[in-house]
Design a protein around this ligand. Structure first.
Ligand SMILES: [Zn+2]
Length: 123
């Protein structure tokens, strides 16, 4: 759940920084998560700023609301007031502070692809 929500925050921040960027894959494993994007541009230069924004969001320990947008269709979302409301059927943390200390690594898995690996650590 910590990795999942860390990935949610990173995805939202990347989408804001690069409007229209295409997510082409995501995977949450036991020890790390990754998100792949279609991008001709390297994400390496913005990684420190992305990390700082994400870690600030975690440090703010903001409340995460999880609710139904459509109960009959079982459509759910998570929301952080003043930040984002994102459709996702997954299970989410209650507060951003539960994510802990974030670590981001950028990989280049192939031409035109950019990968961000996400790790979470205890404080
Ligand atoms: Zn989710």
């Amino acid at each position: 759940m910590r990795l999942h929500f860390a990935a949610e925050i990173v995805l939202e921040l990347v989408s804001r920084r690069f409007p229209g960027i295409q997510k082409i894959g995501a995977h949450i494993a036991q020890d790390k998560a990754r998100i792949d994007f279609l991008s001709a541009e390297s994400l390496a230069p913005v990684l420190p700023a992305l990390w700082a924004d994400a870690q600030a969001m975690i440090a703010a320990d903001a409340a995460i609301v999880s609710a139904f947008s459509d109960e009959t269709a079982e459509r759910r979302y998570w929301e952080i007031a003043g930040f984002a409301r994102v459709a996702c059927g997954g299970t989410h943390l209650r507060r951003t502070g539960e994510v802990g200390r974030l670590e981001l690594r950028r990989k280049n898995p192939g031409k035109g692809k950019e990968r961000i690996e996400i790790y979470v650590h205890e404080r």
